[in-house]
Design a protein around this ligand. Structure first.
Ligand code: KG4
Ligand code: ZN
Length: 369
């Protein structure tokens, strides 16, 4: 089923076409240069740019997929969570598209879509060249089945982005229960804030990862949170994470540097030491969850899942099968929305054309007993 997916929850204006789980096109227009002067996403700018760009982005996605609007069989869009003004642009565009073409519409959850990303495949011609035969792909071999292949449900999900850090159990593409989450900042947010304080660049995640390659991750010791005991309300934080302590410690280090000028090595050392601790904070509850639940397949998603240090650290755990989407499907994109949208639509699910957008996390809320 050819599904158009639209994603405008934050600063990427994205649209894609997916058919049978295969990505026919995936267009992402990034707003990074517009937000970079503020070192963070400015909601007003984001929604205005989405409004200006969405028509062209969707058109390009259809063109790249080699189809006309009349060939689209379903429309999907992110409805939550995210910046409300931004969400409304993509959501309403998808609704209008579905109404005009008289095709089904489905509103999807951004985090469920991130978790779905690793199941998507590319047409063989895009990613793999069959040098041996040099033949056009046949139907049976028309997709690049990633060496990882799609994970069987249930598995453990690790969702790590600018707004979220979630460890969950996924029983199906739309059935998740949250085991742990952040009690303060998200991991991507910590990367962004540290980069902002130190002037490492924007967005912070990729900038820190690059700098860290030159640094010594043992040069500085930053604290790890101790959350696993019950708090005063009796909440169990066994699988939760916290980043505010790490962020404060790294920023305090900057105060010491102000007293004496820092050299280039120290800067890279800070990045490497921060990255190591940030990843360590995720790994501890994740490995604990794997052990407690007996689930040894982990599926990652979200912008921070592109981080090669995180990937390498998880790969050390031979007892686990860890699946990461390719880097371009880790950050926000329309393919993940079209992909999960197709699953809902094939099942017969539909959203009404008055479906609302919501800034708030709904599906991935941790419920304490
Ligand atoms: O999923 P995403 O594109 O948007 C949200 O849903 O939030 O994630 C963006 C986040 C940002 O905080 C960015 O700094 C972080 O992902 N990020 C990374 C890397 N690439 C993006 N963090 C660490 N390492 C990276 N390579
Ligand atoms: Zn995202």
């Amino acid at each position: 089923m050819k599904v158009l997916g639209i994603e405008t929850s934050c600063d990427e204006c994205a649209a894609a076409v997916v058919d049978g789980g295969i990505i026919l096109s995936n267009v992402v227009a990034t707003q990074i240069p517009w937000h970079a002067p503020w070192q963070g996403v400015v909601p007003e700018i984001a929604s205005r740019k989405h409004t200006e760009w969405i028509y062209d982005v969707v058109n390009e996605a259809l063109k790249k997929a080699g189809i006309t609007p009349a060939e689209v069989e379903g429309a999907a869009a992110t409805a939550q969570p995210g910046l409300l003004g931004s969400l409304l642009v993509g959501l309403n565009f998808a609704k209008a598209f579905a109404w005009a073409r008289n095709i089904p519409f489905i509103a999807v959850d951004h985090l469920l879509a991130h978790l779905y990303a690793s199941r998507l495949k590319y047409p063989l011609t895009d990613r793999v060249t069959d040098k041996a035969t040099d033949k056009a792909p046949t139907d049976e071999t028309s997709c690049s089945c990633d060496k990882n292949m799609a994970a069987e449900y249930p598995f453990l999900g690790l969702l790590v982005s600018g707004g979220h850090s979630v460890i969950c159990r996924a029983g199906n593409f739309d059935d998740v229960s949250v085991l742990g989450t952040t009690i303060d900042d998200a991991v991507g947010e910590a990367f962004d804030k540290v980069a902002k304080f130190y002037g490492f660049g924007y967005p912070g995640g990729a900038a820190i990862e690059k700098l860290a390659r030159e640094g010594d991750s043992e040069a500085f010791t930053f604290p790890l949170p101790k959350l696993y005991k019950l708090d005063k309300q009796g909440n169990d934080h066994r699988y939760d994470v916290s980043y505010s302590g790490l962020k404060t410690a790294v920023v305090n280090q900057l105060e010491q540097f102000r007293a004496k000028p820092r050299g280039e090595t120290e800067t890279a050392d800070i990045a490497a030491s921060f990255q190591k601790t940030a990843v360590e904070i995720l790994l501890r509850p994740l490995l604990r969850a794997a052990e407690d639940t007996g689930l040894n397949t982990i599926v990652a998603g979200g912008g921070v899942a592109a981080n090669s240090y995180l990937r390498a650290r998880l790969a050390e755990h031979r007892e686990l099968r860890v699946l990461f989407p390719p880097p371009e499907l880790c950050g926000d994109n329309g393919a993940m929305v079209a992909g999960i949208g197709e699953q809902y639509l094939l099942r017969g699910d539909r959203s009404p054309l008055n479906a609302a957008a919501s800034a708030r996390v709904k599906v991935f809320k941790k419920r304490y007993p």
